[in-house]
Design a protein around this ligand. Structure first.
Ligand code: 5GP
Ligand code: ZN
Length: 116
């Protein structure tokens, strides 16, 4: 049997609240512990543990689509010229806690650089 995965269950509608976006490959939903006024997770329906699982040429369409959807959601939710931050935590040293690839889309406040 496949390993249980929280984001697979949310993406399939088995768990969680309303989806903010859905297409044939991707879903987006609000983070349960937001760290900014807007904190959306953009998630492929297909299970990949990390970005490193999907970094070959055949995965470029999926990775491109993930970024494009994050951009679209940012544009829709933001006043003109407001910024946003798009983050992938890859692996435990980077703070990844859910091992199903996802993009964090953060906006609505200032973000320091470098990140912590
Ligand atoms: P990571 O640390 O892996 O980059 O991000 C995982 C994110 O998933 C965290 O920001 C965390 O708050 C969020 N998260 C964990 N469990 C749930 C959940 O059950 N529902 C939602 N919507 N977000 C979750
Ligand atoms: Zn999964």
């Amino acid at each position: 049997m496949a390993e249980a995965c929280l984001f697979c269950d949310i993406a399939s509608g088995k768990l969680g609240g309303p989806l903010l976006y859905e297409d044939d490959q991707i879903v987006a939903f609000a983070d349960i512990r937001p760290i900014a006024p807007t904190h959306i997770l953009v998630v492929p329906k297909e299970h990949h543990k990390t970005l490193l699982d999907v970094s070959s040429e055949k995965d470029e369409p999926l990775l491109g689509r993930l970024l494009a959807v994050a951009g679209k959601l940012a544009r829709e939710g933001l006043p003109n010229e407001a910024g946003c931050r798009i983050v992938i935590n890859n692996g435990s040293a980077a703070g990844q806690t859910v091992y199903h690839l996802h993009i964090h889309l953060l906006s609505g406040r200032h973000f320091a650089w470098p990140p912590g």
